[in-house]
Design a protein around this ligand. Structure first.
Ligand code: NAD
Length: 459
């Protein structure tokens, strides 16, 4: 299969279009490797993770360049977020797993010891927006807990998964512990989810795909973690620090061209500051540099593909049909040379829509945000919750008690107050409603990638 740079539409690689037989071979290799890997000491497995982190770190610049080329994202973002986090994920879980302790529950006449055992072969499926970042977020805890892995990266962004495979060979990780299978979701992804020997599925991707994955895996009683789509609200109160809030809300709206599941794509603003806030937001966004992802100055790169841009543009057309007003962007920027063919789109801000309109409640996953005014705390919460998603959100106010009340009332897995995407890897990550099932992160990942067994000893 061909792999393209979406910023230029040039072909950059060919990848195998694997199918059931390659998944079968990967499972066989993972099965053979499992007994030895599962009985490795925790310290040894942590040492392997640190070795992988060191090897990735020495290739950080290469990872950033590949990720930027494969996704169209700015090189600075690929360097500071994707490359850095991929290394950090391995280091973090190496540290976490050695700190983990078996739990004990004493009784008058007996002792309960709860131990965490490996599940077996873990099937890991990841999307294109944060390729190695999300793959390493799953591989590291899966390995730390003694599982072997069959992983499938997105067919749109296979390059850093391929680099990881090479790094694993270079550092000498035993063969079969990690197996990466490239190809289409409907073929390789589906074969992984269906395979009876794969006992656990960790899936990150769209909600519609998550439904298919759940429908296939549930009758086999696989352990299942689903990290799905989002339509997250940024709630701005009149008492917020305007400068900081405008910058924070703009970053939350447009980071990675709005292609982050956590992006704040619905901006709810207290009516008394609505017009002023919107004007400041437009000015701020108007200064964002859009263009060549390899340029250090670029803040907004290309979307993932022409097809995806068309989908995003169809929402812009829908917003206009639904009575929305495009107060910023909405067009393809005019770029020169080979970039002219890229999947670029201006950062777009829409006002005047009903807060329950499709553009305000469906995931667009691009550089398009809607802004709505609200009059009271209660109304802001109702509007924030009026979507089938429940992944994240942010609240901006100088009244921390009020912000805390609103945060608790939002039906989502994560809320930031006066910041966004300020990540501590120890905290739970995941969503409610159609944003998924389960939590990953810190001890939640270690619990998910293992089976708890209680051993009760009668004295
Ligand atoms: P997608 O659902 O199209 O694909 C995700 C992965 O699933 C890909 O590797 C794909 O090949 C595979 N796949 C497709 N069909 C499959 C099937 N039938 N069985 C098994 N695997 C299959 O999603 P995408 O377009 O790559 O990513 C964007 C979506 O991911 C957005 O909805 C975004 O919100 C979501 N996302 C969620 C999180 C989170 O943590 N909640 C993080 C990043 C992205």
């Amino acid at each position: 299969m061909d792999d393209f740079n979406p910023a230029t539409t040039q072909k950059i690689a060919s990848i195998p279009r694997s199918g059931k037989s390659e998944v079968e071979a990967a499972v066989k290799a993972a099965e053979l490797a499992f007994p030895a890997w599962a009985v490795e000491t925790v310290e040894n497995r942590a040492a392997w993770l640190n070795k992988i982190a060191d090897a990735l770190e020495s290739r950080s610049e290469e990872i950033a360049a590949l990720e930027s080329m494969d996704t169209g994202k700015p090189i600075t973002l690929a360097r500071n977020v994707d490359a850095a986090r991929s290394v950090a994920n391995f280091r973090f879980f190496a540290e976490q797993v050695v700190k983990m302790q078996d739990k004990k529950f004493p009784m008058d006449d007996a002792e309960n010891n709860v131990i965490q055992k490996p599940v077996g072969i873990a099937g890991l499926i990841t999307p294109w927006n944060l390729p190695l970042y999300l793959l390493s977020w799953k591989i590291a805890p899966a390995l730390a807990m003694g599982n072997t892995v069959v992983a499938k990266p997105s067919e749109l962004t296979p390059l850093t998964a391929d680099l990881l495979a090479k790094v694993l060979v270079e550092v000498g990780l035993p063969a079969g512990v990690v197996n990466i299978v490239h190809g289409l979701g409907s073929e390789v992804g589906q074969a992984i989810v269906e395979h009876p020997e794969i006992k656990l599925i960790s899936f990150t991707g769209g909600t519609a795909t998550g439904k298919l994955v759940a429908a296939t895996a549930a009758p086999m009683f696989k352990k299942l973690s689903l990290e799905l789509g989002g339509k997250n609200a940024s709630i701005v109160f009149a008492d917020a620090d305007m400068q900081n809030t405008v910058a924070g809300v703009a970053r939350s709206a447009f980071l990675n061209q709005g292609q982050v599941c956590l992006c704040g794509s619905r901006i709810l603003v207290e009516r008394k500051i609505h017009d002023e806030f919107v004007q400041m937001l437009c000015e701020h966004v108007g200064e964002m540099v859009i263009g060549d992802p390899s340029n250090e100055e670029t803040q907004l790169g290309s979307l993932i593909s022409q097809e995806h841009r068309q989908k995003v543009e169809s929402y812009i057309a829908l917003a206009e049909q639904e009575g929305g007003v495009l107060i910023h962007g909405g067009e393809r920027p005019e770029l020169e040379g080979e970039l002219a063919a890229g999947a670029y789109l201006q950062p777009t801000i829409v006002t005047g829509l009903d807060s329950e309109s499709r553009c305000s409640t469906e995931e667009i996953f691009g550089p398009v945000v809607v802004v709505h005014p609200f009059d009271s705390e209660e109304e802001a919460v109702v509007m924030a919750n009026a979507t089938e998603y429940g992944l994240a959100g942010s609240v901006w106010s100088s009244d921390i008690a009020k912000a805390g009340r609103v945060a608790e009332a939002i039906d989502s897995g994560m809320v930031w107050i006066n910041c966004w995407l300020h990540r501590d890897l120890r905290v739970p990550f995941g969503g409610t409603k159609n944003s998924g099932v389960g939590r990953e992160g810190g001890e939640w990942s270690l619990a998910f990638f293992s089976e708890a067994q209680n051993i009760c000893i009668k004295r």
